[in-house]
Design a protein around this ligand. Structure first.
Ligand SMILES: C[S@@+](CC[C@H](N)C(=O)[O-])C[C@H]1O[C@@H](n2cnc3c(N)ncnc32)[C@H](O)[C@@H]1O
Length: 271
């Protein structure tokens, strides 16, 4: 977009906050502009003013813009090695330390959970590990996202064949019912509680043992990232874990708050 159109970008940001509660001022501008341009092209608008006029005429376009801006791409066991480190290192350590303290409750937060593949993958891991020790631990996984539509989809726990195509065959057979779609079994569904939550404007969850916030912070400004790392630190129990996406990193002062468990897989532990 040309510089002369810049004020329209601010106007658009303000109306998106007003119309759909999405505060784009905290997101990386370049990234957001690229996504908005997708909607400009789709609606045949050549400039922001033209696009704003379109939004005024057809306010349902705000929904399509919201969908384009909140990138909901996800996958079960996304980055397999990260999940292997969680399975082989994080969970055993966590269970051991809980046992030593005589504690049973384990609280996990998947922040920016999209359609649920991430929290359900974690639920499956915990279920596999604890299946032979029923009653030893109580696992609560809280999964949140700003997008109400994906939260409703996640609650249904129904997935097309393509969405589970990379899931290990044994896991598919054990944890999914297969009909026209693949639906997670009740024992996994009931481990996860979904809720709409905006990471920017709402208070974070607390008393957590693991926070998964993957492939979302990349869209946020560096300032906001640092703010959120501090909030995550506060929300974690002593020794709690923070899992970021493969292309995200702590950096700056935030790095002091956590010690790396796997730098490659972006898994950290609260100091
Ligand atoms: C690319 S997906 C990542 C899904 C999952 N964590 C993964 O790694 O597979 C990013 C998700 O973050 C959500 N999101 C964007 N802004 C958010 C915000 N301010 N608060 C909470 N969730 C947000 C989007 O709706 C989207 O579902």
């Amino acid at each position: 977009m040309e510089l002369t159109e810049e004020p329209w970008f601010s106007v658009l940001i303000k109306s998106m906050l007003k119309e759909r509660g999405l505060d784009l001022s905290q997101y990386r501008e370049k990234c957001m502009k690229r996504r908005i341009d997708v909607r400009l092209r789709a609606t045949g608008a050549h400039t922001y003013p033209e696009y704003m006029a379109f939004l005024k005429k057809d306010p349902s376009e705000y929904d399509r813009l919201f969908d384009t801006l909140t990138i909901n791409v996800t996958d079960f066991f996304r980055d397999k090695i990260a999940y292997r480190v969680i399975e082989k290192e994080v969970i055993p350590e966590l269970l051991l330390s809980k046992k030593k303290k005589g504690m049973k409750i384990i609280r996990i937060w998947s922040a920016g959970c999209a359609s649920g593949a991430e929290p359900y993958s974690l639920a499956i891991l915990f279920h596999q590990i604890l299946e032979k020790r029923p009653g030893d631990f109580l696992i609560s996984i809280y999964a949140t996202d700003i997008d109400k539509k994906v939260i409703e989809k996640a609650k249904m726990a129904e997935y097309e064949a393509g969405a589970v195509s990379k899931v290990d065959g044994k896991i598919l057979n054990r944890y999914f019912n297969r009909d026209l779609k693949y639906t997670l079994k009740e024992e996994i569904k009931q481990m996860v509680k979904f809720k709409r939550h905006d990471l920017i404007s709402e208070k974070p969850l607390s008393h957590l043992d693991i926070i998964m916030c993957r492939n979302l912070l990349i869209y946020f400004s560096r300032n906001l990232q640092v703010k959120l790392f501090n909030r995550f630190y506060e929300g974690l129990n002593p020794g709690g874990y923070l899992v970021l996406g493969k292309t995200e990193s702590l950096g700056g002062d935030a790095a002091e708050l956590f010690k790396p468990i796997s730098i490659r897989e972006r898994i950290y532990q609260k100091r």
